[in-house]
Design a protein around this ligand. Sequence first.
Ligand SMILES: NC(=O)c1ccc[n+]([C@@H]2O[C@H](COP(=O)([O-])OP(=O)(O)OC[C@H]3O[C@@H](n4cnc5c(N)ncnc54)[C@H](OP(=O)(O)O)[C@@H]3O)[C@@H](O)[C@H]2O)c1
Length: 398
Amino acid sequence: METPRTHAVDGAVRRIRVAILGCSGSIGAQTLDVCRKHADKLEVVALSVNTSLDFLVKAAADFRPKRVAVADERLKGDARIADLPGDCSVRFGERAVSEIGVEDDVDVVVVALVGAVGVWSCVRALEAGKRVGLANKESLVIAGDLIMPLSRRSGELIPIDSEHSAIFQCYRGEDPAEAHAIWLTCSGGPFYGRSRAELEKVTPADALAHPTWNMGAKITVDSATLMNKGLECLEAHHLFNVDMDFINVVVQRQSKIHSMVEYCDGSVMAHLGASDMRIPIQYALSYPQRWGTPCPRLDFRQLGSLDFGAPDTEAFPCLALALEAGKVGRTMPCAMNAANEVAVSSFLAGCCGFTDIDRTVAHVMERHEPERVESLDQLWLIDRWAREEARAFVASRR
Ligand SMILES: NC(=O)c1ccc[n+]([C@@H]2O[C@H](COP(=O)([O-])OP(=O)(O)OC[C@H]3O[C@@H](n4cnc5c(N)ncnc54)[C@H](OP(=O)(O)O)[C@@H]3O)[C@@H](O)[C@H]2O)c1
């Protein structure tokens, strides 16, 4: 595909045209912020939300996209739809979300949706030959075996997850065959150092208070259980075409080293910078260029120390479970992810405890018989099956 960049069209500079799927979330709103900061280079042409209509109306007034999608079809008759600009078309339904990015007037699709629902949008955008700025890590966890070959044939995949953007940049200009290991950094989450017994008492309010990043509820809980790090190992395994054993997780409490690649000669390339998602978001839009920083710079004189440690997989079994799912491969990560999504939303709804999250994931993984990944339809059925199993398990614990 042609690399999207600002370029002259008939003497005028054309801006990169961006569709943001999940614009009302943490990543989506920060993508809008980058678009606002670089309005001379970026044009927002399409936006989607699930239910956040007030946010959508405000963003549409500010950015004047050509079209928007609302995933929740029950909002079709909502009076707030009339507040959208008159020249902005509206579509409804989950399918509409994946469709608004595939039209000819889009250069880059930012997939900032949360959960398994992101798979279809990622696939549709790549099939349409778009650059995909991928925040939705669940896409690669579930369907990496289908998405990576697709991305080599059509479109272009640029990671937005800060660790993967860091690794992507540490690989730039190097021969991947000379890499020895990936060091994937981890903040340790809000419960770093706690015992299993202490974790039994954790509440949703405790879990939602992340020390470093301000993120959506699902990824914040995933960060607290360390499932997020497991999902990221799977994401890195697919993105960089490396075995699971090639990836080492290291706790870096300050979240200033975003990840590292170690080469065969012992040299280690690290990516450092402010803990601000707008940096990797912007890089997915500007690549291969670099533009002015979207956030305050890091002053190393103020930073003090950088600490490192090993993750505790006994107190936080979700990391070990995800690594195991990655090693088993095939459809196991799909079942593992679905179980985790159900368990996290049950925990947030007060229907199970914090440590029931890993118990639910382990239960579903034990019952799943992995198959070779063949199609999205097959993955969809396994996702449904795993959700049912997880719901039944959570209900049995009450
Ligand atoms: N947040 C971070 O700092 C961060 C960092 C790295 C990676 N990520 C990854 O990026 C993704 C998004 O994370 P986030 O923290 O931005 O999540 P979030 O704040 O929960 O936002 C999710 C977005 O997806 C929309 N959405 C939710 N369910 C949907 C559905 N069924 N159909 C269509 N749209 C739906 C939401 O719309 P409504 O507002 O209408 O519900 C919202 O716009 C996740 O995969 C996460 O792991 C996030």
